[in-house]
Write a protein that binds this ligand. Structure first.
Ligand code: NAX
Length: 326
């Protein structure tokens, strides 16, 4: 880790941007010994609002915050960055189909992939903006000279949501829950796998014996949690998404505790029969050198196989919808 890490954040004036910036600037993403230089990207019409966010960041007097640059150009914002948090994208509007959203946001990630390739040879890109798996595929495909494994998409919020559900049902603290895998797409076809998860080191099914809940309500709850929050709050999850992005980056950097894993969408290497290159959420471990690998050999029940196939089919379909952008 360099002494100063240069971090690009797109959509920096948005709700997740507002929640994540103070946490990055205070050292919660890269630790107490690493200074942070922020490179903030927004649309021209949001730059004025972003200037207000910058004032607030300055007013926090964060000791680790070395500099803040604001731009409406990806080429400028991504120049020399070590991390790029690609959060900004257009929200889904009423009546919009998922495929319309994919077509609407896809071009953003063509331009951003190109800009990363041009100016950021030592970058790791994390896509949060939806549909995040396919947006990451587009960015990666437009930065072909960068190693594929530098690109990931965030399913950590789904993992955290599943952990919270399991902890609540079992009546334990959330830290007792480990090895939860989110397989596939960050959408309502995702498969939150509790068959391989643990509570206090024991298989979940030996602690939560209500199998119907595990295969029914629990999965539905996690798949539809985003919509539930929008219905309650009137806007989508923001600080929990920001928190998950912090967890995501920290898990990619730091050695995973022995015997555990975490979930993130990364380009497939063919593991579990997922065709190479598709951005699919897998169980991952990070080694002491900061390299991740996909956990191999996890068993699947027939129920799990069906769920896995469904989310894989959706990602293949999304890939086909943006074929011309890859
Ligand atoms: P907001 O609408 O509050 O903010 C988005 C910001 O992005 C806006 O300020 C907008 O001006 C900016 N923007 C749009 N296009 C841009 C571009 N080409 N370059 C730079 N900035 C651009 O949305 P927010 O609540 O912050 O959510 C951001 C994204 O995260 C959305 O796509 C949302 O769907 C996605 N989410 C992803 C999650 C995940 O788990 N992967 C969970 C939370 C969230 O739903």
């Amino acid at each position: 880790m360099p002494n100063t890490v240069h971090v690009a954040v797109t959509g920096a004036a948005g709700a997740i941007g507002y929640a994540i910036l103070p946490r990055i600037a205070s050292g919660q993403m890269f630790g107490p010994d690493t200074k942070v230089a922020l490179h903030l990207l927004e649309l021209p019409q949001a730059i004025a609002a972003l200037e207000g966010v910058v004032m607030e960041l300055n007013d926090c007097a964060f000791p680790l915050l070395e500099s803040i640059n604001v731009s409406d150009s990806a080429d400028v914002a991504f120049d020399g960055v070590n991390w790029a948090l690609l959060i900004g994208s257009k929200p889904r509007t009423k009546g919009m189909e998922r495929n319309d959203l994919i077509r609407e946001n896809g071009p953003i990630f063509v331009g951003q992939g190109n800009a990363l390739l041009k100016g950021a040879s030592d970058v790791r890109a994390v896509v949060v903006g939806n549909p995040c798996n396919t947006n990451a595929l587009i960015a990666m495909s437009n930065a072909k000279e960068l190693p594929r494994e530098r690109f990931s998409a965030m399913t950590r919020l789904d993992q955290n949501r599943a952990m919270a559900q399991l902890a609540g049902k079992a009546g334990v603290g959330v830290s007792a829950v480990t090895n939860v895998t989110i397989w596939g797409n960050h959408s309502n076809t995702q498969y939150p796998d509790t068959e391989n998860a643990k509570i206090n080191g024991q298989p979940v099914a030996s602690v939560i014996t209500d199998g119907e809940w595990l295969q029914g309500e629990m999965i539905k709850k996690v798949q539809n949690r985003g919509a539930e929050i929008i219905a309650a709050r009137g806007s989508s999850s923001a600080f929990s998404a920001a928190n998950a992005a912090i967890d995501h980056v920290r898990s990619l950097i730091a050695k995973t505790p022995d015997g555990q894993w975490y979930s993130a969408a990364v380009p497939s290497d063919g593991s579990y029969g997922v065709e190479e290159g598709l951005l699919f959420s897998f169980p991952l471990v990070t080694d002491a050198a900061g390299n991740y690998s996909i956990v191999q050999g996890l068993p699947f029940s027939d129920f799990a196989k069906e769920k896995f196939a469904k989310t894989l089919a959706e990602l293949q379909m999304e890939r086909d919808v943006v074929k011309d952008l890859l």
